[in-house]
Design a protein around this ligand. Structure first.
Ligand code: PAF
Length: 284
């Protein structure tokens, strides 16, 4: 097991990857904010299958955290992350400091996520998706990957990155990897480590609601929302933020006449921890 080479500067990262590309090797990038779990490792394993060289970026991006959000509390576990990545045969870890990514403070130039970026997660976290797209575009420019891998759990992020690639003609492929779940259905998330036993049990309401939505999808939108809401239930510890169904091609909510492929999306606050999940369903 060879430890991945740790890169902390833009210049060294560009040079290291340039040498690999000059040797005819392809490059996969898995962008992360660290606190790695099995969901990230699934992305890494898929990256290994898709390219010769695997780069994992670990950067808690201040641009995508709003005032009062958990930027300082966000778990930072670089040593443990590097050990996990060594076991997966990752070639490079790019873990820059904030001043390396934003030498003159938070950059004024931003990629804007547009209307979809203001909905759902964007409504709760204003500016989050502009900050996310901005750092993802920077990572693409620094690493120059042939393919970048993202998890389906962050469905709105995936939609916006896919659209950015198309809108800005960025020359790489996007590989979306299905959500990894615990045996009882809980979607893996770096934030799950904040859940105590009671909150973790309560958090199962999210996946239960999505399963109910899927089971009722044949009966139409109104029925599926009613079933999913009933399944989510009333709990002291969990507050539903949204439960909506969107058209996967536009990420806009569908109406009761909609038939076909759709995405059911849920967000809830479990104690102090905000969790999201989603499921692909077919309505009608
Ligand atoms: O999904 C994440 O962890 C982050 O949004 C990403 C893509 C690494 C950008 O900071």
């Amino acid at each position: 097991m060879t430890a991945p080479q740790l890169l902390t500067t833009v210049c060294a990262t560009r040079a290291a990857l340039e040498r690999k590309r000059a040797g005819g090797l392809t490059v996969a990038l898995v962008p992360t904010m660290g606190a790695l779990h099995e969901g990230h490792l699934t992305l890494v394993r898929r990256a290994r299958e898709l390219a010769d060289v695997v780069v994992v970026s670990i950067f808690v991006n201040p641009l995508q955290f709003g005032a009062g959000e958990d930027l300082d509390a966000y778990p930072r576990t670089l040593d443990a992350d590097r050990e996990l990545l060594a076991a997966e045969g990752v070639d490079f870890v790019f873990a820059p400091a904030a001043r390396e990514m934003y030498p003159s403070g938070e950059s004024e130039t931003r990629v804007t996520a547009g209307h979809v970026g203001t909905l759902l997660e964007g409504a709760t976290r204003p500016g989050h998706f502009d900050g996310m797209l901005t750092v993802v575009a920077k990572l693409f420019n620094i690493v120059g990957p042939d393919v970048a891998l993202f998890g389906q759990k962050d469905a709105q992020q995936v939609f916006l990155v896919r659209r950015m690639l198309a809108d800005l003609n960025l020359p790489l492929d996007l590989e979306v990897v299905p959500t990894v779940r615990e045996a009882d259905g809980l979607a893996l998330s770096s934030r799950n480590r904040f859940l105590d036993a009671g909150a973790r049990q309560a958090a199962l309401s999210l996946s239960a609601a999505l399963q109910a939505a899927d089971a009722a999808a044949g009966e139409g939108l109104v029925e599926l929302l009613a079933e999913a809401t009933a399944s989510f239930g009333d709990h002291d510890e969990v507050t539903l933020d949204y439960l909506v169904v969107v058209d996967p091609d536009t990420f806009l909510p569908v109406d009761e006449h909609y038939r076909g492929r759709a995405l059911a999306l849920i967000a809830a606050r479990v104690g102090a921890t905000r969790l999201i999940d989603n499921a692909a369903i077919t309505i009608g």
